[in-house]
Design a protein around this ligand. Structure first.
Ligand SMILES: C[S@@+](CC[C@H](N)C(=O)[O-])C[C@H]1O[C@@H](n2cnc3c(N)ncnc32)[C@H](O)[C@@H]1O
Length: 256
């Protein structure tokens, strides 16, 4: 079997047997190799997001960022198994165009075998549409892309590289733009449990919840509405214990 390798990426097998990649540019894996690429997508993003939006007839999802496409593909997989009557649209920015073009050769888990046509169409054309699904990739900067939307998304998967490797996708101002792009009752999922991340969301009026389970390490859910079935994080208490911690800001990173 030929492993997927590009000048900037190296394929790596993760704990659940699915392959992820290591980015030589960001010095980071695309997924937690401990949780496993597919498990991380499902349990930190897709399953809680679908559970919390189950009453909606249609779903618009912002997948930050496409990367290897696991979150988008795991969403389609879950959707086809559980809620195929809804209309589903997924919008996903990705800066690395070469990565997208090369994904037709990525070794995806066997669970994605039925999605081959979607995988190849997205890699080639960055758009896939059928009667239920509409998926659009945007080759460019997520910071610019999210400003195009207002009150649009039901779900946001916040899955950028870590705040230390890619801080511009974790600032208070970034989450302000994300908030504008989200509907009032929308849900954001992220693997990050850092207080700086949670503060950046909290200072944009999000309530913060813990997403925990046996199959994965703790993650975060955020919404402006109360979320049933999840433990709320007492951010005021965290601030009183860590008064020096501040959210990342565009100003400190020199972002205009
Ligand atoms: C952790 S990976 C995303 C993993 C992805 N969700 C998956 O399931 O495979 C982060 C991705 O963000 C992309 N990226 C970094 N900065 C970006 C930006 N400003 N706009 C859009 N994409 C960006 C990187 O090229 C990388 O592919």
């Amino acid at each position: 079997m030929t492993l997927f390798n590009t000048a900037k990426h190296k394929a790596v097998e993760s704990e659940d047997g699915s392959y992820t990649a290591y980015s030589k540019e960001y010095n980071e894996h695309y997924h937690s190799t401990k949780d496993g690429a597919l498990s991380e997508s499902l349990y930190k993003h897709v399953v809680p997001a679908f559970k919390l939006t189950q009453d909606k007839d249609s779903l618009a999802i912002l997948d930050i960022c496409y990367g290897l496409g696991f979150n988008t593909l795991a969403t389609i997989l879950y959707y086809k198994e559980h809620t195929p009557k809804k209309k589903l649209s997924i919008y996903s920015p990705e800066l690395d165009a070469e990565l997208i073009y090369s994904l037709k050769d990525f070794i995806y888990p066997k669970e994605f075998e039925g999605l081959r046509e979607i995988i190849e169409t997205l890699s080639r054309e960055q758009k896939y549409e059928d009667e239920q699904l509409c998926i659009e990739l945007f080759l460019g900067n997520a910071r610019e892309y999210i400003k195009e939307f207002e009150n649009h998304f039901d779900i946001v998967y916040q899955d950028a590289f870590s705040p230390s490797s890619n801080p511009v996708l974790w600032t208070k101002e970034y989450f302000g733009d994300i908030k504008k792009a989200m509907k009032e009752d929308a849900v954001l999922t992220t693997y990050s449990t850092a207080l700086k991340t949670r503060l950046a969301l909290y200072e944009n009026d999000f309530l913060i919840y813990i997403n925990e389970g046996e199959q994965f390490r703790n993650a975060t859910l955020a919404s402006r509405k109360e979320l049933e079935g999840y433990k709320r994080v007492d951010i005021e208490h965290k601030i009183s214990c860590n008064p020096d911690v501040k959210p990342l800001s565009d100003a400190e990173l020199g972002v205009n």
